[in-house]
Structure formats: C-alpha cells, structure tokens
Design a binder for this molecule. Sequence first.
Ligand code: ADP
Ligand code: MG
Length: 420
Amino acid sequence: MQFEDLKIIEPVLRALKRQKYTKPTSIQEKAIPLILERKDVLGSAQTGTGKTAAFAIPILQHLYLDRQQNNSPRKVNALVITPTRELAIQIADSFTAYGKFTGIKNTVVFGGVNQNAQTTALGKGVDVLVATPGRLLDLIEQGFIRLNDVEYFVLDEADRMLDMGFIHDIRKIIAQLPAKRQSLFFSATMPKNIVELSKKILINPVKVEVSPVSSTAETIQQYLYYTNRTNKKDLLLHILKDHNIDQMLLFSRTKHGADRIVHTLKRKKIKSAAIHGDKAQNSRQQALAQFKAREIRVLAATDIAARGIDIDKLKYVINYDIPNTAETYVHRIGRSGRAGEDGIAISICEPEENGYVKAIEKLINQRIERVSDNPFPQTDKPMNEAEKKEWDKEKQRRKQEFFANRKQKAGSARAHRHSH
Ligand code: ADP
Ligand code: MG
C-alpha cells in the first residue's frame, strides 16, 4: 500500500515524500480513507504508530479542497485538542510539515506561557488550531477565539486527556462547536470512559483499531531454539515434554505445515487440532472451543486463522516457523500474556530463518534469550542462492511425486473395488 493508493492530493504527497515517508502505517491506511469520506472515526493505536498523520493528512486535504472552492478569509475550520504542550507543538509541526505545499495555515496555543505571541498569530488568521484545553477556553473567554466555524474536530490522546482530568474542559469546548462537523477521536487505549465519551461526541463513528506492535513484547518471556530443518519436529516434541505446557498455540507459516504438525502430534498421543483457511468454519470453531476448554493441548494455526483469536489466560505461544515480517512476530506472541498474565513465547529457528530473527530483535529492540539446553542444535548453514534454487526445484519434484503417487493409489483402489 502506497500513499498514492489512498487518493491523497498531490501537494500533500509531495510533502510526505519530503518527510521521507514511503508508505502509510496501518492506522493511516485504515483511517485516512474513512476521514476523507467524512466519517466520524474512533481510532486506537499505540503511541508511535503515526496517528497524527492519520488525521492531519485528510484534514489538510479537506481544507485545501474547501479553500479552492471558497477562498474567504481564514477562520478556525479545524480544531485539534491534545493534553500537553509538547504534544500540541508536535501536532502543529506535523500540520506544518504535511501541509507545506497546501497553503493551509496553523497555529498552536497552550498554557504556562505569555499569551501575546499566540493571540498575534491567531489575529493573522489560521485554518487549523492546535490547543490544550485550558488555554483554549481562556482565549475563547477573552474573545480571541470563536469555534463557530469548526468543521473538523479532533480529540487526540483522549485517554491521557481523561486521566489528566480534562473532562469538564472537553465538555465546555464541545458545547461551543457547531453541531454539523466531522469529529475524530484518537487514543492509545480504549477504556470504557473513552467509549462512553465518544458516544456523546461522535455520530455513527467507525472504529479503527490497530493492535499494539512492539510493546507487548516487553511483558512476555521469549526464548529461541536454533535448530536444523530436519530436527524441528523432534525439537517440538522435546519442548512438549515439559508438562507445565498444558495449552499451547502453535503458529505455522503454511496450512499444510499446520496439518502435518497435528498429524505428528496425534501419533505421539498429544491432543491437537489445526485451524486454517482450508478448514470449514464450524470445524475451526469447534477446534477453538476445544482448545479454550483445554480438551486439546496444542492448537496449530496459520496467521490468518489466528487473527482476532483471543484466548483467555493463554500462556504459551510457539513459533514453529519464524515469521518473515517482524510485526507478525509481535502479533503472534501478543496472543499470550494478555490482561497482565505472564506469557511465554518460544521460537524455533531453522538456518533459513536466521535473518528473520535479526529483524525481529531490531523491531522489539531486545535480544531473545537463546536456549542452550537444546538436544537438537543448529549445525546446518543457511543455503546460498544456488542451493536455494536447487532446493526449490527439489521441493517441486517431491510435490509432483506425491501427487502422482496419490493418483496411482486412488486408481488402484478403484480397480480393487471394481474387482469385487
Ligand atoms: P502517535 O500519534 O501514534 O504517537 P506520531 O504521529 O507522533 O504517532 O508519529 C510517530 C512518528 O512516526 C513520528 O516521528 C512521525 O514522523 C513518524 N511517522 C508517521 N507516519 C509515518 C510514515 N507513514 N512513515 C514513516 N514515518 C512516519
Ligand atoms: Mg499522538
């Protein structure tokens, strides 16, 4: 996904290039189209995921297009409320950066400093006002700011705003906004009080959520086994000898892989089931229900099938394959250790995946603990390009052989039946 795909206008695209933003973050990808459609949005994503641009870009675009229609004197058409002075400055800087080629003007007001510079800036006319609540109300009362022309309203860092006791100020501000407006709520977390407040402010909001990336990693104990490709099953069985592991979610890169693992485990009398895209919905639901009821010990899942799975008090997650994108690793291990419980994530790494581990450690900014008590250590070297090609060919050949055999067997079975 590129910014171009989000129907962003050229002057903003140019500014984003200048910022060296190559592609939108998840929250941007989800929220920008909705905001451009003038929907009210309730967005949650962790700190550092680019929420500012998620609202600033579409607002700049609205304002730019509005001004092309009607180039009247500037009024405060967009208002962004945020709890602290630092955040207010950052947000205003972002509007300046992303709006560099749009001609849209912004300013920022916050308390704790003399107001003269702020009122002077306001006097020159602005389209976007970024403010902390107290100073905003103060300047409204003194007659420096009117909110009658606000068409776009953003409450940023809503959770912190409530934690800091701004609820009354927020109510007062909202009472002064025109009823007809687009409202956007952004928050790192979505506790009940935020949802309640949002119901009073937003109209038919679309909820946009991005599960936290990289933070969950800190609360989960992570272990890594380096092994050879051919030893992965044996190593898994070795790990499962630990009877503390009573319930384990296992991730496999492929559907076929998940099925094969379940096959192996069942032969060893380890209760398990697979869920992936080729399984019927009811069999997936059944497997999940059995797993939740602890009737099966291992649930083997592909990433797609595991999306949105929330298992209460799940402690163990195992990566039977190392995911090739680091974010996926964080999502996977984030299935454990929910709601303050402790989680343990174990990863099995074959030579071809060694590079992925490096990328993951870079993203989570920590080193995953290597398990030295490992009866199947990695001794093979990762393949070079030529060997990889050779191996791909070999896999293809085996696949063909497998299907040819199956056909043959099916054929002889048919012949057998007919002979009776
Ligand atoms: P949040 O509001 O979620 O805390 P911010 O909007 O402050 O996140 O953005 C965090 C950082 O990410 C900022 O330094 C910002 O410049 C950068 N950023 C935002 N969007 C992108 C993007 N699409 N590509 C690269 N960097 C980005
Ligand atoms: Mg923010």
